[in-house]
Design a protein around this ligand. Structure first.
Ligand code: SF4
Length: 332
């Protein structure tokens, strides 16, 4: 059953544009939409040229996208397209199980061609052999998860593969909003090997309480992100809620992006705030920018969109729905 589920989950991810092309040539499409993040815009133009050579009309989504949470299938459908090729990210699962799949979307994740395997081969002895290792990483390098595991096992390491998370469709894949791949196996491992670079994603994995060996193809060595806990971040959010606990007006923000529209979270947060006698205002917008929420006379908002944004706001207070629990504790 588990295997069948993961097969279903992976069915819309492709490795090459040629594979996507083969698939869509067999279908009766006239026009195809294209969408992707910054950095691969020139590639979108190349793909549009190729699609045109094969007789398809095209329409390109102008704004870049940070994740497959923001698939623009409805926008291109309005332009007469019958399918969308979403470049850069893997298929995104809605954490509240809302339907992400009411249009033909072909996901073509971006794979970074930096030589990550050489970094692992040249530096693997930095990883303690006595530790059981969990293997995770970012989308750009997950096509190398299998060879990395094989290599580590050959060298005598015990390796546990990361799982899929609440929002992800590749085993071991970590997103800015989902380190479930690591959290789900944290109890079985002593440390993680992370395929990728930068501190953001490794620090999410370190919130499992385990240290993280980062196989970094930019730095060209393996460095360690120390074990951490979710506790500090949560305490900072509780402090923001407590600072505004006597305010009458509270806002709740969600996004109209399909994968960032968390209506169940909105309902739960609204109910909780109303139980505490607050006047609650629900806001929706495609992209969430802090300046849009200044001027309403509301100082604190609950983030029911991309969880990663909770850390971004500077002037207004932005908290996760979970942070509202501290209001209940005040009444105990
Ligand atoms: S919800 Fe946020 S962190 Fe998650 S994929 Fe979308 S943009 Fe990235």
């Amino acid at each position: 059953m588990a295997d069948q589920k993961s097969e279903e989950r992976e069915q819309y991810n492709y490795e090459t544009f040629e594979e996507v092309l083969e698939e869509i040539k067999d279908r009766d499409y006239d026009k195809i939409g294209l969408q992707g993040p910054d950095g691969i815009k020139p590639q979108l133009i190349d793909f549009a040229d190729e699609l045109r050579e094969h007789g398809f009309g095209t329409v390109i989504v102008g704004a870049s996208t940070f994740g497959a949470c923001g698939i623009a299938d409805e926008k291109v459908e309005r332009m007469g397209a019958e399918a969308l090729i979403h470049v850069g990210h893997t298929r995104f699962l809605h954490p509240e199980k809302a339907d992400m799949k009411d249009f033909d979307v072909f996901y073509l994740p971006y794979r970074e061609d930096r030589d990550l395997m050489s970094v692992l081969r040249n530096n693997y002895e930095d990883i303690d052999k006595d530790e059981t290792i969990g293997l995770v990483g970012v989308t750009q390098y997950m096509d190398r998860a299998e060879p990395a595991r094989e290599f580590l096992e050959e060298k005598g390491y015990e390796v546990v593969d990361g799982t899929t998370g609440l929002r992800t469709t590749e085993k071991g894949q970590v997103l800015g909003c989902d380190a479930g791949a690591a959290h789900n196996i944290a109890h079985k491992v002593d440390a993680f090997v992370f395929l990728g670079s930068g501190h953001f994603h490794p620090s999410q994995v370190s919130e499992t309480g385990k240290k993280v060996y980062v196989v970094d193809p930019y730095e060209k060595h393996i460095w360690v992100e120390p074990a951490n806990s979710l506790e500090d971040e949560m305490q900072a959010e509780y402090a923001r809620v407590l600072k505004h606990k006597d305010k009458q007006r509270w806002g709740i923000v969600t996004s109209s992006k399909k994968g960032q529209n968390y209506m169940r979270a909105v309902e739960i947060a609204k109910e909780k705030l109303e139980e505490h006698g607050k006047d609650v205002y629900v806001f929706v917008e495609d992209r969430i920018f802090e300046p849009d929420y200044k001027g309403y006379g509301i100082d604190i908002y609950v983030n029911c969109a991309c969880p990663r944004m909770t850390k971004d706001w500077q002037d207004l207070s932005f908290v996760s729905p979970k942070a509202l629990d501290v209001l209940d504790d005040l009444e105990d």
